[in-house]
Design a protein around this ligand. Structure first.
Ligand code: ATP
Ligand code: MG
Length: 563
């Protein structure tokens, strides 16, 4: 192909990024997982070298804006220099050693990305958290993780001070701020003074790189441990196939830095050489998102379904996006109606993916694949995804069961190590040869997965099993419905029945509730199997959600059952 390129006078095709080649070789069994792996050393520093010799398009590695004109742009070289300085701060003034744990709770500031890379360079394990954490949440996390250090901003420093006496392992507190605070080290000041010379530690592939607390949608958040290799190499393929990233792309994921999706972006974008775009988003709203897509040459967008639900309420034809060409979503179910509205107004497809803090992408609609509306797409390599029964036996197509990933005889290299300090929970997450996700779905003849709900959210009415998402998606097609959640409600005859909690679109709030209830019930009977229609309907002003925007059906259910 080199010859052909020269004949046509075109430049040769870009080389396949090294991380992609390594990922493929491991997945195909041509190469074992390397004994040593470090994302900063093996991936980021490689991009720096390629950049230097002109083998990478001129777009930055990192591009941050705040909406009021401030901007930070780093090449891979600059990211390298800054993160080496940050590594020296962690090792020097904080005295952190490989394996020590550091909590990282920052708004969407460039410092978050610097510290993440500095942690890799020093072997320090990062524990991202969201900025809305309360003093109680912080105490639970700092104690559970026995973190030695925390870095945060002014907003959360008082909460940390209120509980730090109860966290004996906590030795240093770093502040990202323009002012100083007693008992805290000012990170940016130290960064300015720090040396840019640093030798990256040699980490083993299985060494811990990050710890995540799950969203806590079903109970207390669990501590999930990931390794240099599970995250550092695990996201290469989903970055390339699902998010469709290359060295020329500029990828914006609107997620909070505390969620696992921020790490998904970091690893999938940078392993493929793409630029990470960040907007500070002090307020997350549809108009800011849409205007930002018009102002900047963002090629690739990721938002949670909740946000897309808001975005499609706008008149999208009024916005002219500069460079947007690929959009992904995930984290909770995407209602087909939202995808249809987005697509019809922007001409862009919405590619849904499904995964967990414990895994990388489990399945998704990859670039160029045929999308079946309402399906989460097909298994994402190298995972062998199956629907299994309670004993871990594989079920045939069309049968509802647990979404499961094969972990025996070989645990996939892009899998979490364990639930920390919880061997029972780790053991109980496996049945037979499979890891059980805790989510219910069926797989069709073509291998597409159709999500029904979390285990606890599936409704059992007169022994009909009903997935809340199907009913919610049916309701969402009605113009009166802005958002909705479907849960089980007690019933003397049927045991439990379907109840829908509905937030009405502004145009419908003054309608007669009884007439509207009947209309919505008839609507559901028409668009899905009639037995699924909500026998009970309540109109509410807001749905309970996790801070990441996931609907907390558990809360509505508990309310119904008087728990
Ligand atoms: P916890 O485990 O503490 O209850 P959580 O499961 O919400 O919290 P995460 O790991 O952040 O924490 O989220 C993974 C879960 O999100 C999945 O198990 C699934 O229930 C849901 N999810 C993710 N993507 C999708 C999707 N595309 N469609 C439906 N649900 C999804
Ligand atoms: Mg979970």
């Amino acid at each position: 192909s080199w010859g052909i390129c020269r004949v046509h006078g075109q430049p040769p095709p870009p080389p396949v990024p090294e991380a992609v080649a390594t990922w493929e070789a491991i997945s195909l069994g041509r190469q074992p997982v390397p004994e040593y792996f470090n994302f900063a050393h093996d991936v980021l520093d490689t991009w720096s070298r390629l950049e230097k010799v002109g083998h990478r398009p001129p777009n930055p590695a990192f591009w941050w804006v705040n909406g009021s004109g401030a901007e930070v742009k780093w090449t891979f070289e600059e990211l390298g220099t800054q993160s080496r300085k940050a590594a020296n701060v962690l090792e020097g003034v904080c005295g952190l050693k490989p394996g020590d744990r550091m909590m990282l709770v920052l708004p969407r500031l460039p410092d978050w990305w610097l510290i993440s890379v500095a942690c890799m360079r020093t072997g320090v394990v990062m524990i991202p958290g969201i900025s809305q954490l309360t003093a109680k949440d912080l105490k639970y996390r700092l104690q559970a993780a026995r973190a030695k250090s925390i870095i945060t901003s002014d907003a959360l420093a008082p909460q940390v001070d209120a509980i730090s006496a109860d966290c004996p392992s906590l030795q240093t507190k770093l502040l990202v701020s323009d002012t100083s605070r007693p008992g805290w080290i000012n990170f940016r000041e130290r960064l300015r003074e720090a040396s840019a010379e640093h030798n990256c530690v040699r980490t083993k592939s299985g060494d811990s790189v990050a710890m995540y607390f799950t969203s806590g949608t079903t109970g207390a958040p669990k501590m999930v441990e990931h390794s240099q290799c599970s995250y550092g190499l695990g996201f290469v393929a989903s970055g390339r196939r699902w998010i469709a990233l290359t060295e020329s792309d500029i990828f914006w994921n609107t997620t909070d830095t505390g969620w696992v999706k921020a790490a998904w972006t970091l690893f999938s974008a940078w392993s493929n050489g793409a630029c990470i775009f960040v907007h500070e988003l002090s307020k997350v709203d549809a108009k800011t998102i849409l205007n930002t897509l018009c102002r900047f040459p963002i090629t690739t967008l990721c938002c949670v379904p909740t946000l897309f639900r808001l975005i499609v309420q706008e008149d999208l034809t009024r916005y002219k996006f500069q460079s947007l060409k690929h959009c992904v979503t995930g984290g909770e179910a995407l209602n087909p109606d939202v995808r249809d509205k987005w697509k019809s107004q922007t001409g862009l497809e919405l590619h849904e993916g499904y995964g967990q803090s414990e895994t990388v992408l489990i399945c998704g609609n990859s670039r160029g694949s045929t999308i079946k509306s309402g399906s989460m797409g097909k298994a994402s390599p190298p995972y062998d995804v199956q629907i299994v029964d309670e004993e871990g036996n594989v079920l045939p197509p069309g049968k509802e069961g647990n979404i499961a990933v094969r972990v025996k005889p070989t645990r996939p290299f892009c899998f979490f190590n364990c639930y920390l300090e919880n061997p029972e929970k780790t053991a109980s997450s496996e049945k037979g040869d499979f890891y059980i996700t805790g989510d219910r779905a069926y797989m069709d003849e073509d291998g597409y997965l159709w999500f029904l709900g979390r285990n606890d959210d599936v409704i059992n009415s007169s022994s009909y099993r009903i997935g809340p998402v199907e009913v919610e998606s049916a309701l969402a097609e009605h113009p009166a419905v802005l958002e909705c959640a479907v849960v089980s409600s007690p019933d003397p005859i049927r045991g439990e029945v379907v109840k829908a909690f509905i937030v009405l679109s502004p145009a419908y709030t003054s309608h007669d509730p009884e007439a509207l209830t009947r209309e919505l019930q008839e609507h559901v009977k028409k668009v899905t199997a009639p037995y699924k229609y909500p026998r009970k309907v309540a109109f509410i002003s807001e749905l309970p959600k996790t801070v990441s925007g996931k609907i907390l059906r558990r809360e509505l259910r508990n309310q119904e059952w008087g728990r």
